[in-house]
Design a protein around this ligand. Structure first.
Ligand code: NAP
Length: 360
């Protein structure tokens, strides 16, 4: 994409308005860096899809995810952060200032870049999911749960998200069944206990979603599950040289002894199977990505990436902790790291000049 050399150059552009981006915005704005904050396709990030946040320090009664985000945005705006809508389609990071090319055709230029693009809900890979996503298949119980009053619904996954979705759905659905691919939950003790102890939630262990039935007109009408008495059917299926696509799995299911298929009559399916980092626009740049797609940061306690002047915060760089409070922490670190970096001579020069400085 061609750059717009007339676009003004900012000191800092922050990409993302989840808790990490907002925390970076508060710190950068208070440091008089007048950050520009790009609000992408999922404004506010994952917290806006959650109900109560009970473990964010300072809120003994819990706080709504949406409220936390709205308050963070107000706080950053108060100190001078500027928010604009814009999704980064790709970035030119091989010279300074960096150029961000937005999907609406605009270009934004910046000396320092803070990437806080978070992660988006992972899909399971079941047959039929692409057609029925939004028509009975959902990645957000708080958004779509109310459409399933009186339905029997499934929640896929065994982590905190799945438990939270299941508990929330008990308000609307006739029955909520958690389908987990193993027989042990990944969820935290407190969430697992809450879900296991709730009368409205039942569990299907060692089971995977193979196929979703229905149509855009009717919505979801049922599913086919596969299960294996010894647990985690995919492990067995992945051993197949035929691959791991739904069709391959279906074929292998027929061949593999011990695996059972079962049709269930359900009206809604909620995915809670984790997230994938939003780093597509960094592919092919000097910002190194891990195999998982997460941004690699330098060793030690820093948000510096492998490219000078680019910093990363929140779930986009954190495959391990992924908490609202840790995202807020890395957001503030990214702003402080960017502020330090902007004071160095390399920040105003070209990439070649800063490489020469580094070699000295
Ligand atoms: P997660 O902890 O990574 O759990 C994902 C779950 O989905 C795992 O049980 C995993 O199974 C299963 N899974 C992954 N891919 C699958 C597939 N293709 N088919 C079927 N199952 C699949 O993700 P998360 O639950 O979204 O949580 C992410 C982080 O946010 C965690 O640190 C969590 O503590 C935090 N969080 C906290 C709260 C809260 O405290 N209220 C709420 C939500 C999230 P395996 O277990 O077999 O790997």
């Amino acid at each position: 994409m061609n750059g717009d050399s007339n676009a003004p150059v900012r000191d800092v552009v922050i990409v993302g308005t989840g808790v990490a981006g907002l925390s970076a915005a508060v710190y950068a704005a208070r440091a008089d860096l007048e950050p520009l904050v790009l609000e992408g396709p999922e404004p506010g990030g994952q917290l806006t899809l959650t109900t109560d946040v009970e473990n964010f320090l300072g809120f003994p009664e819990g706080v709504g995810g949406m409220e936390l985000i709205q308050r963070g945005k107000e706080q950053a705006s108060r100190f001078g952060a500027e928010f604009v809508h814009g999704t980064v389609a790709d970035a030119t990071l091989d010279d300074r200032p960096f150029e961000l090319h937005l999907s609406n055709g605009e270009t934004r230029r910046t000396r320092a870049l803070i990437v806080a693009t978070g992660a988006s809900a992972r899909w399971v890979g079941a047959e039929g999911e692409a057609d029925l996503m939004g028509y009975g298949v959902s990645t957000c119980a708080t958004c779509d749960g109310a459409f399933h009053r009186g339905d029997d619904v499934l929640v896929i996954g065994g982590g905190d998200s799945a438990m939270e979705e299941a508990l929330f759905l008990t308000k609307f659905a006739d029955s909520v069944t958690v389908v987990h691919r193993r027989d042990e939950l990944r969820a935290s003790e407190v969430m697992a206990k809450r879900a296991r102890g709730h009368d409205g939630v039942s569990f299907r262990w060692n089971s995977e979603l193979l196929e979703i039935h229905g149509s855009k007109d009717e919505g979801v009408t049922g599913v086919t599950l596969i299960s294996h008495p010894d647990g985690y059917p995919r492990q067995k299926l992945e051993a197949s040289p035929t691959g791991d696509g739904p069709a391959d799995r279906a074929a292998k299911t027929r061949e593999t002894g011990g695996i059972e298929r079962e049709f269930l009559d359900v009206g809604g399916i909620f995915y809670g199977v984790g997230h994938v980092p939003n780093t597509d626009f960094l592919e092919g740049t000097a910002v190194e990505l891990a195999d998982t797609g997460h941004i690699e940061t330098q060793a030690g306690m820093t948000t510096e990436t492998t490219l000078d002047g680019v910093f990363a915060a929140g779930d986009v760089m954190d495959p391990d902790y992924r908490q609202a409070i840790t995202s807020a922490g890395t957001g503030s670190m990214a702003a402080l790291d960017a502020e330090d970096w902007l004071e160095q001579p390399a920040a105003s020069g070209s990439i070649a000049a800063s490489e020469a400085i580094a070699d000295d």
